[in-house]
Design a binder for this molecule. Structure first.
Ligand code: PEP
Ligand code: MG
Length: 319
């Protein structure tokens, strides 16, 4: 099995009946690109920029960020790159930012909420990104923890202003769908953005009301819970009404059975830790999309996450 995965990792994730899913990597720096491509990555679906803040112990200025984004785009040599705007708060605390302590950080000022309150963080980041876009490459930007249309409107207005100031090209702007409200309202939000990337780690946490880091609840925090799958389905349907594409960049995208189910639900891009790519590609290449669609339909009608997991091997091109 490992030999087959090794041989196929450079091939596209095309099902036996000709449906292709884009496979991307979750990596944060240019020096990881060669390794990710060697594993079979076709681009970067999630660059978590908070790592720039965490690793340096200080806030990187516009020049430092520009250098990092430009280096990533150059290393990718024309392959797609999705950079996520700073996602701080919740599980991602940055000591040197001295943010106020909150009773419920996961329900507090995190992600887009923080960006909109801290333009001193958002503006240099967007300037650095648009400057990198001016240098070429296939750059997209997405915003974390989006809950409402107002947030999208405020962020896109700011992006357009900065783009104008820098005389930079348009960059596709997307959002993370990781709050149930965004999934439920996907048909509305899709009018205002170019793409969705579902963050199943947080979407699972907020749907099941289980802290994603809780040591006693890890087994119950299953992204294949039917309630989460229904929200993913709703997101895909809402996006397709407006011709938008949907990816998944949470952990479940790197699980072969999860990837098969997501593909059956109509997800078009899967972004994961590079080492997960070969097994996911092999699984999809030995499946038929018609079977995955049927598998997804069965999963949506399951009563429990355990019932969904029991479908693995029962259908969907087990390899
Ligand atoms: C997610 O929430 O699924 C996600 C990809 O983002 P992060 O894990 O960085 O919160
Ligand atoms: Mg998240």
């Amino acid at each position: 099995r490992q030999e087959r995965e090794a041989g196929e990792r450079g091939l596209p994730a095309r099902t036996t009946d000709g449906h292709t899913v884009e496979i991307a990597a979750n990596i944060n720096s240019a020096d990881q690109v060669a390794m990710a491509v060697a594993q079979g990555a076709e681009g970067v679906g999630l660059m978590r920029t908070e790592f720039l803040f965490l690793e340096r112990g200080a806030t990187p200025d516009e020049e430092e960020q520009y250098a990092a984004y430009r280096a990533m785009a150059q290393a990718l040599d024309g392959r797609p790159l999705i950079v996520r705007a700073l996602d701080i708060g919740g599980d991602k605390q940055v000591a040197h930012l001295n943010l106020p302590k909150e009773d419920n950080p996961f329900l507090g000022v995190r992600g887009a909420r923080l960006l909109l309150r801290r333009l001193d963080l958002l503006e240099p980041q967007m300037r650095a990104l648009y400057r990198a876009a001016r240098d070429g490459g296939a750059l997209s930007v997405m915003f974390p923890m989006i809950t409402s249309v107002e947030e999208i409107q405020a962020l896109t207005a700011l992006c357009e202003r900065i783009r104008g100031e820098l005389n930079a090209p348009k960059v596709p702007l997307g959002i993370m769908v990781e709050v149930p409200a965004a999934a439920v309202q996907a048909d509305v939000l899709a009018r205002h953005v170019d793409f969705f990337s579902i963050g199943t780690n947080d979407l699972t946490q907020y749907t099941l009301a289980i802290d994603r880091q809780h040591p006693d609840l890890a087994a119950e925090a299953d992204s294949l819970h039917p309630a989460v799958l229904r929200l993913i389905r709703q997101t895909v349907e809402g996006a397709s009404r407006h011709g938008r594409w949907v990816g998944v960049c949470g952990g479940i995208a790197g699980d072969p059975f999860g990837a098969a189910l997501l593909t059956g639900l109509g997800v078009q891009e899967l972004s994961m830790t590079p080492r997960d790519i070969p097994a996911v590609k092999a699984r999809l290449r030995h499946s038929a999309q018609a079977d995955l669609t049927a598998l997804a339909l069965r999963a949506l009608s399951c009563e429990t996450a355990a019932d969904v997991r029991a479908l693995d091997g029962a259908a969907g091109g087990q390899s």
